[in-house]
Design a protein around this ligand. Structure first.
Ligand SMILES: [Zn+2]
Ligand SMILES: [Zn+2]
Length: 324
């Protein structure tokens, strides 16, 4: 069995999907990331990137058991779920975890997203077995030989166990969960929709300490955030970070690699490329996420990248090419 922790990006855009000529290089789908730990598949968020991801899981017969973690329940992290093919497969089992909404449970929010007024198929009518559980920061999600369950500690777990830890950040409206996924000694931290603090987010830095990879919100150019970019009012307090904030967390937590995530929907490929360059200047091993980017963690700081550069074709087009 493969010993690599594989991370693949299917949706990297924040706020709303952005198809079009200006976003071909990095992609226009909203947040969705796939992590493979041996035979186990863990998905982070269900933005529109989960739509092609779901088709791929069904096509490659990897849809029988899937864990889906929601960072929070804003549109751009849930809007792909009604079109997630494995949720319609009677033999598929979905373990769905996330925070409750401000006023409603995780399950209720997902049900309301598919009420008869807004979508033709209800959550209940999607055929897969769905185990939906809201989780607390103190809980640990474990996936090992005994299956998926919640635990209070990692004592006694086998080397094969996938361990998911939760950090609740208050640096986003309504709060957001940051996840740390560990398997075979390798760790990936997913910190989307979070705003930096003056002098860095100390709790987040502690949570992400020494991770092999940190996927961090970097929605804004510094000038945009501070209201110094022509035509872009300040976004301070919106709950998203600048490239500088993402780099500060990466430096302070001494992670192996930084991936900029949740690109602003109004930014062109050229703007995101510029952000990537400035992140590299500050942190070194940094890159901007793009649809199709696959990172393999095969040992401490031993990182290889599957696709060396963004494809000239958008993902859906690449898929279509494959199907021809
Ligand atoms: Zn978002
Ligand atoms: Zn959000």
């Amino acid at each position: 069995m493969s010993d690599e922790l594989r991370i693949k990006f299917w949706g990297v855009r924040g706020s709303y999907p952005t198809p079009g000529a200006g976003t071909v290089k990095y992609g226009g789908n909203t947040a969705s990331v796939e992590i493979r730990a041996g035979e186990r598949t863990i998905l982070l968020d269900a933005g529109t990137g989960i739509i092609p991801l779901g088709r791929e899981l069904a096509r490659t017969k990897r849809a029988s058991e899937i864990m889906l973690l929601f960072s929070h329940l804003h549109h751009d992290h849930t809007q792909g779920f009604p079109f997630f093919v494995p949720a319609y497969l009677p033999n598929a089992k979905l373990h769905i975890f996330g925070p409750d909404g401000t006023h409603e449970s995780l399950r209720n929010v997902l049900e309301h997203n598919q009420s008869s007024e807004t979508f033709p198929v209800s959550l209940r009518d999607m055929s897969a077995t769905k185990n939906i559980q809201s989780v607390r920061e103190s809980q640990i999600i474990v996936w090992d030989e005994a299956g998926v369950r919640l635990a209070e500690s990692t004592i006694g777990l086998s080397e094969e166990a996938v361990v998911v830890r939760i950090h609740k950040s208050y640096a986003h409206p309504g709060g957001v969960y940051v996840y740390r996924i560990t398997w075979h000694g390798k760790s990936a931290v997913y910190a989307t929709d979070t705003e930096g603090y003056v002098g860095t987010d100390k709790r987040l830095v502690k949570f992400a300490k020494d991770a092999d990879i940190l996927i961090h919100d970097a929605q804004y150019l510094d000038e945009h955030y501070w209201g110094q970019l022509e035509g872009f009012p300040s976004t301070q307090g919106y709950g998203h970070s600048t490239v500088t904030m993402a780099c500060e967390v990466a430096l302070a937590s001494e992670v192996g690699q930084l991936v900029l995530f949740h690109h602003d929907p109004s930014y062109s490929d050229a703007m995101v490329a510029g952000m990537e360059a400035s992140a590299k200047a500050r942190f070194g091993d940094a890159k901007a996420a793009y649809e199709g980017l696959e990172i393999l963690l095969s040992g401490k700081n031993n990182i290889t990248e599957r696709l060396q550069s963004p494809s000239p074709l958008p993902l859906f087009q690449r898929e279509r090419e494959q199907w021809k």
